[in-house]
Design a protein around this ligand. Structure first.
Ligand code: NDP
Length: 483
């Protein structure tokens, strides 16, 4: 007898896993071969819906070490004491490609961190760029559709890709980053991460501060040209997954130095771009403050269970950290948990990789598909503020209340820009900090992609590049071979 018997999923030892039950060696099969039926039926159900965006990902566990206390700004427990360590899981991804697509494409990269704090999970669900293409979530599904395979021909359509951008100059800042020399990271280890949105901190005095996360790679930024990436794709389409896994496996642990930019609450009014996801905060006005180190040091044991089923959400906050009015963030607070409920079911937070490590999870939620706990067991079959509050009846506590968010009174309406906030200035600022060689690469990368679009769409884009900076416009025009 084998020491580890093969079993069915109900635990029954299996006598033969190679020959199905049949009437004679030529068949037919007997319906009573329940082991065969279970095996085939489970195989049919191996796939769950892939994410509509960020479908292709890689992940690893690690540790965050606080090197500077942030107690003046936030009461978040894991940011109080220098030296405090918090375990985490980080999922990297590309955005537009499907789950089986190549890692080596020109695309932003997701950079999503789940901190398993003592006060519950805190997720920073960001990218490798400090900005995004849009500032309004109403455009998001349309934008993604324009970048994905078109419904009829089922391949990406350069006309749609560039036509969307031609009608949405708010994307110009992100386009400039995407088509710069940094548009194809050499690996997930060789790129920065950003929380991208503005978030809010509050401290024990109920003072609020706005802040942004920056994770700067300690491996150095390294990128690929289109040609270099094209060569790698031929032989190793999943090179970034291999690189991350193999470097951790050989104890070469990648790390990032963690910074925040902090803005006093009242200054938000002065800056029209404070909550605009297409804009950064200038380093000069809001210098980076070094606060910690993030290191990845353990690979998942099972890709599907831990990476494919990891469920990050910008709505996973801890006391002392909250949202800002950023419209894109506000929409993501809804959209991410909604996507997880669709893909994984209502109890997705009970999966190992998503389960908080903060002690007891005491909700009054009940049941749903794949519910692994018995809420009734502890008599939690009740509600907050009941006669039974107390032992075995958890109750809410006002000590966790976020201070009121003071925003100027505005009319309820549909807005594009705040006055004084334009779509071109920060793309121009980035263009200015580029070297001649970087500018040249930018022009050539854009032209290479834009040349596939219709003439009239190219012309519209050239007007935008010109408005960012005349040299920028000329570079793209020359590279397109236009006079
Ligand atoms: P700074 O001169 O202080 O900073 C310039 C920043 O640009 C640095 O963080 C640098 O990153 C980054 N950078 C350089 N080349 C690229 C590129 N091809 N793609 C993306 N980032 C790049 O200037 P400001 O703070 O005034 O910002 C100027 C512009 O820099 C912004 O418009 C924005 O596009 C870009 N930027 C700004 C950031 C911010 O938080 N302020 C963050 C990232 C980019 P590194 O230091 O790693 O070389």
């Amino acid at each position: 007898m084998a020491t580890q018997p093969l079993t069915t999923s109900s635990g029954m030892p299996v006598s033969d896993d190679e020959n199905s039950l049949s009437f004679g060696p030529r068949g037919p099969l007997a319906l009573q071969d329940h082991h065969l039926l279970e095996k085939l039926a489970h195989f049919n159900r191996e796939r769950i819906p892939e994410r509509v965006v960020h479908a292709r990902g890689s992940g690893a566990y690690g540790m965050f070490t606080l090197t500077k206390s942030l107690k003046d700004f936030t009461l978040a427990n894991f940011l109080q004491n220098k030296g405090e360590q918090t375990e985490l899981f980080l999922r990297f991804s590309t955005v537009a490609g499907e789950q089986g697509s190549s890692d080596m494409i020109r695309d932003p990269r997701g950079f999503a961190v789940k901190f398993y704090t003592k006060e519950g999970n805190y997720d920073v669900v960001g990218n490798n760029t400090p900005v995004f293409f849009l500032r309004d979530p109403l455009k998001f599904p349309d934008f993604i559709h324009s970048q994905k395979r078109c419904p009829m021909r089922n391949v990406t359509n350069p006309d749609a890709v560039w036509d969307f951008w031609a009608h949405n100059p708010q994307s110009l800042h992100q386009i400039t980053i995407l088509f710069s020399d940094r548009g194809i990271p050499k690996s997930f280890r060789h790129m920065n991460g950003y929380g991208s949105h503005t978030f809010s901190f509050w401290n024990t005095k109920s003072e609020r501060f706005w802040f942004k996360w920056h994770f700067k790679t300690n491996q150095g930024i390294q990128c690929l040209t289109n040609e270099e990436a094209g060569e790698i794709v031929k032989h190793r389409p999943w090179a970034a997954q291999e690189d991350l896994f193999d470097s951790i496996e050989s104890s070469e642990y990648p790390s990032w130095t963690v910074y925040v930019q902090i803005m006093p609450e009242q200054e938000a009014q002065r800056n029209p771009w404070t909550f605009d996801l297409t804009k950064v905060w200038s380093h000069k006005d809001y210098p980076l403050i070094e606060v910690g180190k993030l290191e990845l040091n353990k690979n998942p044991d099972n890709y599907f269970a831990e990476v494919e089923q990891s469920a990050m959400s910008p709505s996973n906050f801890v006391p002392g950290i909250g949202a800002s009015p950023d419209k894109m963030l506000q929409a993501r607070l809804f959209a991410y948990p909604d996507a997880h409920r669709y893909r994984l079911g209502a109890n997705y937070n009970t999966l190992d990789v998503n389960r908080p490590q903060a002690g007891a999870i005491n909700t009054y939620q009940r049941d749903g598909q794949m519910c692994p706990y018995q809420t009734g067991k502890k008599n939690y079959g009740t509600y907050d503020n009941s006669t039974f509050d107390g032992k075995d009846h958890p109750s809410s506590d006002v000590i966790y209340k976020e201070p009121p968010m003071r925003l100027s009174s505005e009319a309820l309406d549909r807005f594009d820009h705040l006055e004084g906030n334009d779509d071109y200035i920060q793309a121009a600022n980035l263009f200015k900090v580029m070297t001649e060689n970087q500018k040249q690469q930018l022009g050539s990368n854009i032209a290479g992609a834009l040349s596939g679009a219709r003439e009239d769409i190219q012309e519209r884009m050239l007007i935008h590049f010109d408005r960012v900076n005349e040299v920028y416009g000329k570079l793209v025009k020359n590279e397109l071979g236009k006079q």
